[in-house]
Design a binder for this molecule. Sequence first.
Ligand SMILES: O=C(O)CCC(=O)C(=O)O
Ligand SMILES: [Fe+2]
Length: 355
Amino acid sequence: MPHAEGYTEFTPDEYPPFPEGDFTTVELETISLKKLLDEDATEQDRVFQTCKTRGFFYLELAGCESGETIRKGADDVARVAERFFQLPQQEKDAQRMQKGQLDGYKSVGATVTDKTGTPDTAEFMNIAKNDMILPSSAKMSRTWPPLIMQNQPLFDTYMRTAHSTGLKILSILATHLGAKPEDFLSRHRLEESSGDIIRMTRGPPRKNAEMPEIQTPSHTDFGSITLLMNWLGGLQVWSESARSAGPLEPDTPGEWVWVKPKRGHAIINLGDAAVKFTNGVLCSGRHRVVPSPGEQGKWPRYSIVYFVRPENECMMEVLEGKEIPRPEQEEGSRISAREWIVQQAKGLGTKFPEN
Ligand SMILES: O=C(O)CCC(=O)C(=O)O
Ligand SMILES: [Fe+2]
């Protein structure tokens, strides 16, 4: 789409539908947030089943207040994202992620997408939850740009709601695992320091029809649970669940299949911390982002992602639960979530600016 002053490129009402026919899509379960909040036992069982197999599902947001907050909030955050990505490159670069940091700006091309070093094409801005939920007078971990600060109330509300939605799902999973929900919840407390962020992403329009260009390379998320809002196709999951894949390449035979965005629904997926805590009972689905298919590819692609990650000081160990097998051997040296997450981020092939 052409881009001029005052022209909006995040225009979800104008996007053409996801093209049918030529594109193999994955059938994900649709789970109702309202039913989960109403303690509907069948819906809760379905969450557990799908998290053991694929680790990805649609979360229907209609019919409850938190769902509405997420639905409307994601549109508002995407509008902030659009304005952020329109800032001069120098201003964005001033926010760039430093070594070992999870928040800040990642420019186009800062990550490699394959072993030969092909650069990615998406830009991100990661905003730290712990800063946005503080009173505005409090000292923050960095000086956020005025655009972000002006929208602090929006980020605050969105993060709190997405976080509590993530915790609701984690506590349902804990119950089904025969574990104490408290053992999961006490590792993901809202106000404790953690790598929790909102990631605002922008991928450029598709350059040509066959283009294999990669916006975000193959990965599994490294936190516990991710709540993703997207409006255009581009997200793909690996057809077979891969539980122990290395970075960049899936380790099981299969193919990439498209995840069709569903209006009024979030996409929920589990990350590697959920796999670690449950000794592999839960699954973190491998995924990547390519330019949107067909006509949709003419639009730049925005997504708004909220990551619930373990608190920095929590130890990454298998939790107790009747359905969680004990590790066969004594686990190696214990590691905190803070250290573990930095290790996982390195595994993703992120090139930090100093490296
Ligand atoms: O943009 C999307 O749809 C997915 C983004 C993603 O996988 C991520 O940021 O971890
Ligand atoms: Fe992801």
